[in-house]
Design a protein around this ligand. Structure first.
Ligand SMILES: *Cc1c(COP(=O)(O)O)cnc(C)c1O
Length: 352
C-alpha cells in the first residue's frame, strides 16, 4: 500500500479480490493528489476542504481506476475486444488500456456532444469510434445487449470490476488523511463513481480501518438531474457533457450511498458550474473539466447556506482534467490581446 509508484492492482490487490494469477494491465493509475483548496477553507470555522485531483490519472480522469481492473480481468478471461458507451472519458480510458492489453476497443459515443480532447484520445489510441445519432443513455442500452451479439466484453460501470477499481480512490483519501472526510462531494452521472466511493469507505469501515463514514453529496447538472427529480430524465442537457445522463445505470447503489450515509443529491445550473470551474482554475491553479466543477459549485452553495457545520473536513472529487474540453474553456474566457510584434506594443499591453 505504500508503493505509490505502482498501479492500483498491485497496491490494493488484497482488497480487490482478484485471482492471484492475474497480470495487471496498468498505466500506474491512482495515487492522485489530494490538494488543499485554500480559498474554500474557513479557518475561523475550522472547515478544511480538499480536492482529489483525478485529472492526474494517465488518461486524465478517474475512469482509469475502473478500467485497469476491467481490462485486466477481460484479458485474464481471454477476451479480445471490449465495448463501452461513453460521454467521452470512459472511451478514452477503454481505448488506452485496451491498446496496452493488445485488445480491440469499440466505443459508442453520442453525436456531436463529446468534448474534443476525449474524442482525440479514443481515436489516437486506435479505438473504433461509433457515433450514434442519439444520446449516452441510448448508447448504453445498445452496448448492454452487445455481448450477446458479438464477441466483446462490456466495460461500462455496470461491469462490477469497474467499481472495484474505482473504490480505491476512497482508500487513498483515508490513507492520506488518516480518516474519512465528514462530507464528500462528487459529480454524479451514470452513478458508478458515487457507488464505488461508498463501497470503498464501507469496506474500510468494516475492516476497522475507518471509524466514521462520510456523508455523501451527489452533485448533478440542473438539466440532467434524475436523482434530484427522483426519476429518469428523457432529454438530459448540460454543458457538463460527462454527466449528461438521464438514466443512470447504478440507480439503486447510488440511492443506497445517499441514504446509508445520510447524504443528499443536489443540482446546479450550467452557469454556476462554469463559474466554479473558472474559480478553481484562477484561485487554486487546478483546471478541471466542467462536470468535475459541479462538486465545487455544490460545496460553495452549501457553505453559503451554512449547510456544512464548523470543524468539518470536506473532500470534492475533481473527476477529470480541464484539457479534455478546450472548447468550453476558451468560449468562457476573454480573447487574447492582439498587438504588433514590438517591444513597445507588448509593453503598452502590459501597462494598459
Ligand atoms: C464519468 C464521469 C463522471 C460521472 O461519473 P459516474 O460514475 O458516471 O457517475 C463525472 N465526471 C467526469 C469527468 C467523468 O468522466
Amino acid at each position: 500500500m505504500s508503493d505509490s509508484g505502482a498501479g492500483l492492482i498491485s497496491r490494493y490487490q488484497a482488497r480487490l479480490a482478484l485471482p492471484t494469477s492475474v497480470k495487471p494491465i496498468s498505466l500506474q493509475e491512482g495515487s492522485t493528489p489530494l490538494v488543499c483548496l485554500n480559498s474554500l477553507c474557513d479557518p475561523e470555522r475550522g472547515i478544511v476542504v480538499y480536492g482529489k485531483v483525478e485529472g492526474a490519472n494517465p488518461t486524465g480522469s478517474f475512469k482509469d481506476r475502473g478500467m485497469t481492473v476491467a481490462i485486466t480481468m477481460a484479458a485474464h478471461e481471454g477476451s479480445e475486444a471490449v465495448i463501452c458507451a461513453s460521454t467521452g472519458n470512459t472511451s478514452a480510458a477503454a481505448a488506452a488500456y485496451a491498446a496496452r492489453a493488445g485488445m480491440k476497443a469499440f466505443v459508442v459515443i453520442p453525436d456531436g456532444k463529446i468534448a474534443l480532447g476525449k474524442l482525440a484520445q479514443a481515436m489516437m489510441h486506435g479505438a473504433r469510434v461509433i457515433q450514434i445519432a442519439g444520446n449516452f443513455d441510448e448508447g448504453m442500452q445498445i452496448v448492454k445487449a452487445m455481448p450477446d451479439e458479438a464477441p466483446v466484453t462490456l466495460v461500462n460501470s455496470v461491469n462490477p470490476y469497474r467499481l472495484q477499481g474505482q473504490k480505491t480512490a476512497a482508500f487513498e483519501i483515508v490513507d492520506s488523511l488518516g480518516r474519512a472526510p465528514d462530507y464528500h462531494f462528487l459529480p454524479v452521472g451514470n452513478a458508478g463513481n458515487i457507488s464505488a466511493y461508498w463501497l470503498g469507505y464501507s469496506e474500510y469501515h468494516q475492516t476497522g480501518d475507518l471509524d466514521k463514514l462520510p456523508i455523501m453529496v451527489g452533485c448533478q447538472a440542473a438539466g440532467a438531474a434524475p436523482f434530484v427529480h427522483g426519476k429518469i430524465v428523457a432529454d438530459p442537457e448540460t454543458v457538463a457533457t460527462a454527466i449528461r445522463i438521464g438514466n443512470p445505470q447504478s440507480w439503486d447503489l447510488a440511492q443506497a450511498a445517499r441514504s446509508e450515509s445520510g447524504g443528499w443529491f443536489v443540482a446546479h445550473e450550467d452557469q454556476l458550474i462554469l463559474d466554479a470551474q473558472q474559480y478553481l482554475a484562477q484561485r487554486e491553479g487546478i483546471f478541471c473539466e466542467p462536470a468535475s466543477a459541479v462538486s465545487v459549485a455544490a460545496l460553495i452553495s452549501a457553505l453559503r447556506e451554512s449547510a456544512i457545520p464548523d470543524q468539518s473536513v470536506v473532500v470534492c472529487t475533481l473527476t477529470g482534467h480541464g484539457l479534455k474540453d478546450p472548447d468550453t474553456a476558451i468560449s468562457q474566457s476573454p480573447e487574447p490581446l492582439r498587438v504588433a510584434p514590438t517591444l513597445g506594443a507588448v509593453r503598452d499591453a502590459i501597462l494598459r
